[in-house]
Design a protein around this ligand. Structure first.
Ligand code: NAG
Ligand code: NAG
Ligand code: NAG
Ligand code: NAG
Ligand code: NAG
Ligand code: NAG
Ligand code: NAG
Ligand code: NAG
Ligand code: NAG
Ligand code: NAG
Ligand code: NAG
Length: 343
């Protein structure tokens, strides 16, 4: 066992010796605590740190192209930066007035003379600020019969991520709620009154955000409280007017008919000054208060409404009392019958 351990130690030592031949130190480690997301127009600092007991050659590249080479001072600088770059400390990069085009894959290598080169790569993103957030609605007027309503969120710049809230609470996107176009559109299917409320959209990117709110009104008709619809009111008005017109027409027709009948009656008996004026009963003239009764077609009538027929003359009592209370013993003789004709 001890021999074995000695052999292992010898092998390890040989390997280490081999590795260190011609090299005085291990490759240096480069770290960065910098953020990699920046707002356009800002001065951005890509700070690095490493441990070295001597100055190193520090080279910054972006997307494979050299930006700056530094050794104690800037040795070379890419014309694309137009003098906006600087090195601070022992190799941290500073870019003034950053532009969207400064986004990209950055890498930095640190090469102390005679030492292994250390390097670090990361992505840098430059974002526009989120501006002019607004929420629009389509269609503009919605009620409970509408199939869907869209709330669309837009920003003039910087929009990346869209989140929706309702009455300050984050919205669970399920059921009636659907998001479209990367979250920019909140579609509400089969909206009802419970979907009315304040909806806000938060547009953001890692360094900027903005929001806007809109009140969505899903209108509805409540038969118990609402007034009648325009159509119902129109129907009622038309019905009432039609009824009045019908009534007037009916009155006109009735008046016309009555007048026509009067005229016809007047023409029928133009010579009769009074219907009870002249009567002849079998050659005898009856006066209007003649207490005569008559039968016509076996119906008994008072004389005043007759123009022609047989008048039954009762014996003695010819008053109406006689007929209301007929005597228990009917008169033995049959009533006399007169024949009368009204002229
Ligand atoms: C990063 O580290 C440097 C020193 O190495 C320090 O000055 C700077 O404030 C740090 N930045 C952040 C964002 O922590
Ligand atoms: C960027 O740095 C320059 C020079 O130090 C300074 O004049 C300018 O105000 C800085 N700009 C911002 C946005 O910090
Ligand atoms: C830069 O490196 C040199 C040499 O290693 C060292 O003396 C100096 O303190 C370092 N400067 C900073 C700011 O780290
Ligand atoms: C930057 O790196 C990512 C992966 O790290 C890669 O997908 C992308 O194509 C690179 N961009 C450029 C411009 O090289
Ligand atoms: C809502 O937006 C989607 C996607 O743009 C569209 O297809 C749909 O017609 C819109 N609906 C309404 C009611 O505007
Ligand atoms: C915001 O929107 C208004 C009208 O839509 C427009 O006039 C204005 O220029 C926009 N502002 C920005 C910063 O885009
Ligand atoms: C929507 O999601 C919530 C929470 O996840 C759940 O309680 C609710 O039942 C869901 N509604 C529908 C219609 O899926
Ligand atoms: C309104 O719609 C929601 C979701 O579709 C549904 O759960 C609710 O019962 C509806 N309410 C009414 C009053 O129709
Ligand atoms: C919606 O927001 C407006 C303005 O902040 C507020 O006056 C209104 O009461 C809100 N409506 C609801 C239903 O919360
Ligand atoms: C909007 O979203 C951003 C990014 O998620 C967040 O930092 C911010 O607090 C949100 N604003 C509101 C009002 O919720
Ligand atoms: C919603 O719309 C209806 C019909 O247009 C209207 O009568 C009602 O006042 C509106 N509600 C609000 C809170 O604006």
């Amino acid at each position: 066992m001890e021999g074995c351990a000695a052999l292992r130690c010898a092998l390890l030592c040989a390997t280490l010796l081999l590795l260190y031949t011609g090299q005085e130190a291990a490759a240096i480690t480069v770290v960065s605590n910098s953020s990699v997301d920046f707002l356009v127009g800002r001065n951005i600092s890509l700070s690095i740190s490493y441990t070295s007991n001597q100055y190193a050659v520090v080279t910054w590249n972006k997307d494979g192209s050299m930006l700056v080479t530094w050794y104690k001072n800037i040795i070379a600088s890419s014309p694309t930066l137009q003098g906006r770059a600087d090195i601070i400390g022992n190799g941290s990069l500073l870019i003034y007035n950053s532009a969207k085009s400064d986004s990209g894959n950055y890498s930095v290598s640190v090469a102390p003379p005679g030492d292994l080169t250390g390097s670090l790569s990361f992505r840098v993103n430059i974002y526009d600020p989120v501006t002019n957030v607004s929420v629009s609605q389509s269609p503009a007027a919605v009620d409970e019969t509408s199939p869907a309503v869209n709330l669309s969120c837009s920003a003039s710049s910087g929009g990346m991520t869209y989140t929706w809230m309702r009455e300050g609470q984050s919205l669970v996107i399920n059921g009636s709620y659907v998001t479209l176009d990367g979250g920019r559109i909140l579609q509400i299917n089969h909206p009802n009154r419970t979907h009315s409320g304040n909806y806000s959209c938060n547009v953001s990117n890692p360094v900027s955000w903005g929001d806007a709110m809109r009140f969505l009104n899903i209108s509805f008709s409540d038969p118990s409280t609402s007034s009648l619809s325009g159509g119902a009111i129109a129907g009622i008005v038309i019905g009432a007017v039609g009824g009045v017109i019908l009534l007037i027409a009916l009155i006109i027709i009735v008046v016309f008919c009555v007048r026509k009948r009067h005229r016809a009656e007047r023409e029928k008996k133009p010579a009769a000054p009074h219907k009870d004026a002249i009567r002849t009963v079998s050659g005898t003239t009856l006066s209007p208060d003649d207490p005569a009764y008559f039968t016509m077609n076996n119906i008994m009538y008072r004389s005043s409404s007759i123009s022609m027929g047989s008048y039954i003359m009762n014996n003695g009592d010819n008053t109406s009392d006689y007929f209301r209370n007929p005597s228990p013993n009917p008169p033995p003789n049959p009533p006399k019958v007169k024949h009368a004709t009204q002229v």
